[in-house]
Write a protein that binds this ligand. Structure first.
Ligand code: VG1
Ligand code: CO
Length: 560
């Protein structure tokens, strides 16, 4: 079929600035005439001449507008000289699967259609993210360029008369103004599942899950929260590892996530937590909408903080065949993540890096072969097998550790704390506050904590006194390419290592979400309750920031 390219005049939209992870707005914003077209054209333009003749991967988490956006993007790619698009069946690909596909196919990059953990449906969020050749989210230089182009755009290119059935697997050949253009609709899960089989010992895990190795089948509860992981979970845990079908729930991707907020934390994954709390399961896990986040809980809903999860995986990394084979390089965490993994790195003599919030900051270190395992406190854990965090990978890592140690999750954690001490951590989220007062709060607090008399100041609460050692707005110099990222979060570090961190979220679609992170380290007192242990520091943080005054909130929306 011969197809012609059409150039459409357009004008810029305000605010097409990618945040922590892509551009996220309400669906109705993306549906405005030319809004999606403009942004996609800018993504392609940001790649310059490399777009011509390129291969791109395309897919999303199945939320409302994913399918239509996929069809639209294919048409814009065709018009801009892309030679091939690999698209997941029905537009479905998890974020880790996109990353894996980009790498396996040596693609120029990928376009991921997701607003991740944000709710979906016609009245909720949609998102578009560009991942580069290494499979990782575009770094700041690229997203800044996309944004700059979005403020100047005058036209976009699109083809008419190109239709494909995204439901049908196979290769679709077209000719666009004399040049071949191919759309291949691929199985959404096959490549990813094979990748997991290369990393983990599936035979061993199958014996463990079925009980063949110890006479006791593992009882697990895996909750896909109606997000994209459902098909992957069914194939990996049920088909490959032999878990009972009853152990996996909410595995059909729904365009509105069935009304769930697909964020795997103690508040939004309540169904999982309540079920596992009854004491019948050995492990519970949940994922977010696009499958890159994970929450792990043990029997009776014993909660594993993501900071601890990272440290435990770091400690046991060699029980996973991939690391045994490829060796262990360094570890990393985002700045607000508690530093439990730092202690493991120190013990094992490995490099450890502290980067700003957002997975894009890990990529260069992985590419330079200095980093093989990293995580964020926001339920993100992953390794250098791809360049995104990976929810299912994290569960397979935990199953491997349970199999290797023969211990329960709670016992694994307790042994870890006994050996290393414990980093207590909590995060308070104040969602959808008014933007202006939050900006004012952050500016006022920054001024206060960076003033010369702030260091050395003492704050007391609950019978404890903390003396300020360092306070700043976190800035990061990438050790590989030397780019500097400033203003990445306000940080107060006390003499005993306790920290208060505060930043505004970069993934919301309206208003401001304030995140307050608190952590402190205890060498011996490791069995306390985090909420009680950290109470004095929380009170001090609220006093310093005047958060209740600025936000009008007396309690957070979510406590982790
Ligand atoms: C949040 C998390 C951050 C994570 C990001 C993307 O960002 O804090 O750690 O990398 O979401 O995760 P923010 O700016 O809202 O704090 V995902 O699973 O939404 O792509
Ligand atoms: Co996500």
């Amino acid at each position: 079929m011969a197809i012609t390219v059409k150039t459409v005049q357009t004008t810029p939209f305000e605010g097409q600035k990618p945040g922590t992870s892509g551009l996220r707005k309400k669906v109705k914003v993306f549906l405005e005439k030319n809004y999606t077209e403009n942004f996609v054209q800018c993504i392609l333009n940001a790649n310059g001449s490399e777009i011509s003749g390129s291969l791109l991967v395309l897919g999303g988490d199945g939320r409302f507008y994913c399918k239509e956006a996929s069809e639209l993007i294919v048409k814009i790619c065709a018009a801009n000289g892309v030679s091939k698009v690999l698209v997941g069946q029905n537009g479905i690909l998890s974020t880790p699967a996109v990353s894996s596909l980009i790498r396996h196919n040596n693609a120029l990059g990928g376009i991921v259609l997701t607003a991740s953990h944000n709710p979906g449906g016609p009245d909720n969020d949609f998102g578009i993210k560009f991942n580069c050749r290494n499979g990782g989210p575009a770094p700041d230089e690229v997203t800044n360029e996309i944004y700059k182009l979005s403020t100047q755009i005058k036209e976009y290119k699109i083809v008419d008369g190109l239709t494909i059935d995204l439901g049908k697997l196979g290769v679709n050949n077209f000719e666009v103004e004399g040049k071949p253009f191919v759309v291949e609709v691929i199985d959404s899960v096959a490549n990813y599942v094979n990748h997991m089989k290369e990393i983990f010992d599936f035979a061993k895990l199958k014996d463990f899950v079925s009980g063949a190795s110890n006479g006791k089948p593992l009882k697990m509860r895996i909750d896909s929260m109606n997000g994209v992981t459902g098909p992957y979970v069914n194939d990996i845990f049920v088909n490959c590892l032999g878990a009972s079908k009853d152990f996996v729930v909410h595995t059909t991707p729904l365009s509105d996530f069935g009304g769930l907020h697909p964020d795997p934390n103690l508040t939004y994954a309540k169904d999982l937590v309540d079920t596992v709390a009854k004491g019948d399961y050995d492990i519970g896990a949940a994922f977010d909408g696009d499958g890159d986040r994970n929450m792990i809980i043990g029997r009776s809903a014993f909660f594993v903080t993501p900071s601890d999860s990272l440290a435990v995986i770091a400690h046991y990394l060699e029980c996973i065949p991939y690391f045994k084979k490829n060796g262990i390089t360094g570890y990393a965490r985002s700045m607000p993540t508690a530093s439990a993994v730092d202690l493991v790195a120190k013990k094992l003599g490995k490099e450890i890096f502290e980067v700003p919030t957002g997975w894009k900051y890990f990529g260069n270190l992985m590419d330079a072969n200095r980093l093989c395992l990293c995580g964020e406190e926001s339920f993100g854990t992953g390794s250098n097998h791809i360049r995104e965090k990976d929810g299912i990978w994290a569960v397979l890592a935990w199953l491997s550790i349970m199999q290797h140690t023969g211990k329960s999750i709670e016992d694994i954690l307790k042994a870890h704390w006994a050996a290393y001490g414990r980093n207590y951590f909590t995060r308070y989220d104040y969602e959808e506050c008014d933007l202006d007062p939050c900006n004012e709060m952050m500016a006022t607090m920054e001024k206060l904590i960076t003033s010369s008399e702030f260091v050395g100041k003492e704050y007391s609460s609950g019978g404890k006194t903390y003396k300020v050692k360092v306070a700043d707005n976190f800035s990061y110099t990438d050790p590989v390419v030397n780019t500097v990222s400033t203003k990445q979060g306000l940080r107060i570090v006390f003499e005993d290592g306790s920290r208060i961190v505060m930043r505004l979220s970069g993934t919301g679609s309206s208003g401001a979400t304030v995140r307050l992170y608190i952590d402190s380290y205890e060498k011996d007192n490791v069995l306390g309750k985090a909420s009680e242990m950290l109470k004095p520091l929380i009170d001090i943080a609220l006093e310093i920031s005047q958060l209740p005054k600025y936000t009008g909130r007396n309690a957070p929306t979510v406590i982790t």
